[in-house]
Design a protein around this ligand. Structure first.
Ligand code: FES
Ligand SMILES: [Fe+2]
Length: 379
């Protein structure tokens, strides 16, 4: 049975029964899990700085010689694809006196000359040129390449560990989930647009990505009309999660046996959530919303790098209009609906109204996420 058929079957059953996938019990999360700054610092370190996190999609640096820069959680990064098509991630900081080496957002070049004193590095990070070395004095080039971070590419996603010298086993980290990610064929999509959104604290923000309980109430004018509220089909692979929602047309599946269903994927919406910070939401019609969520310096802020992908390069005016409409709809849903509401949660964490949050049985993905934070952070 294909995944889409299995998910549509489970979603239809829930739709007909008025049920949803549930956790065995409710969960209490003490409020200090959201507000305690020392706990935040420790968890941010364990979960985001010392564990692999997703930072980009392969399609952002598709060809040998392509590069991209980003600042992730205060660390300037240079991501390159070398002539062997291997992806590297360097700290985008010169080894001479620390200037930002590559100042462009993205492009195609194989060597990078520091704008300060013109030391030059290859896209494999080697120091290949020292301006005025006769007078500067000899430089041990082998020891003075760009600082490289452990970086792995799987299923169209680029993962790094932001702590220099710390390696990770990506195959162990992703486990069988890599197959589910691979099925999304992310390398075949095209980047339509990229944008950054400021948000509230890390956990309050992520909670909103991990349940469908709010869809009818918060997204009544955007994504809500397309999906059935409070109906979740939920699976986990280690720390990672898949959530499927039923589209409103799912009732049509009652007209025929599952063996007759032609395109079961057109009756569901599937979100892949890669722990701890990547959400991939493939939407019917060749459109995909991708969010990389990074905690800020304190427990009260996040930065989201949001990508809008299209299955095909929009070649007609209609196709361009369709992806633009999707892009605006998701911007409204995330920035103007989710994040506005989450800001009210964030703003009132210190109000004294709650000393814990009660997470429902129908919010199993939220429960799982918080359990995984505790596991990774060793709490
Ligand atoms: S800081 Fe880069 S060459 Fe001096
Ligand atoms: Fe939402």
């Amino acid at each position: 049975m294909s995944d889409a058929l299995e998910l549509a079957t489970r979603a239809l059953e829930h739709f007909n029964e008025g049920t949803t996938d549930c956790a065995p019990s409710q969960m209490r999360i003490p409020l200090n899990a959201y507000t305690d700054e020392s706990r935040f610092v420790a968890e941010r370190r364990a979960v985001f700085l010392e564990s692999p996190i997703a930072i980009a999609l392969s399609l952002e640096v598709p060809e040998p010689g392509d590069f991209q820069t980003q600042t992730v959680m205060g660390v300037p990064l240079l991501i390159t694809r070398d002539r062997d098509a291997t992806v590297h991630c360097f700290i985008n900081v010169c080894r001479h006196r620390g200037a930002k080496v590559c100042q462009q957002d993205k492009g195609h070049q194989t060597r990078f000359s520091c704008p300060y004193h013109a030391w030059t590095y290859s896209n494999q990070g080697e120091l290949i040129g020292v301006y005025g070395e006769d007078s500067f004095g000899e430089v041990d080039r082998a020891a003075m390449g760009l600082t490289e971070l452990a970086c792995e590419e799987r299923a169209g996603v680029i993962f790094v560990c932001l702590t220099p010298g710390k390696a990770f086993d990506i195959d162990h980290w992703l486990g069988e989930f890599v197959g589910k990610l691979g099925d999304q064929q992310l390398t075949d999509w095209h980047l339509y647009t990229e944008r950054y959104l400021d948000g509230s604290g890390w956990k309050a923000t992520m909670d909103g990505y991990l349940e469908v309980y709010h869809h009818d109430s918060v997204h009544g004018k955007t994504v809500g009309p397309h999906t059935v509220g409070n109906l979740l089909v939920h699976d986990t692979w280690g720390a990672h999660q898949r959530m499927a929602f039923a589209r409103r047309n799912i009732t049509e599946l009652n007209d025929s046996a599952p063996s007759e269903w032609k395109e079961p994927e057109s009756f569901i919406r599937v979100v892949h959530s890669v722990f701890p910070n990547l959400s991939i939401s493939a939407i019917l019609g060749g459109h995909c919303l991708v969010g990389f969520i990074f905690p800020g310096e304190t427990s009260t802020t996040t930065v989201t790098r949001q990508l809008i992908l299209s299955a095909e390069v929009p070649a007609t005016e209609d196709a361009t209009q369709a992806i633009e409409t999707f892009s605006q709809m998701t911007l409204q849903a995330v920035r103007d609906e989710d994040y506005v509401l989450v800001a009210t949660v964030q703003g009132a964490l210190g109000s004294g109204a709650n000393d814990s949050f009660l997470i429902g049985r129908n919010e199993p993905a939220v429960q799982h996420y918080h359990r995984m934070i505790a596991e990774v952070a060793g709490k």
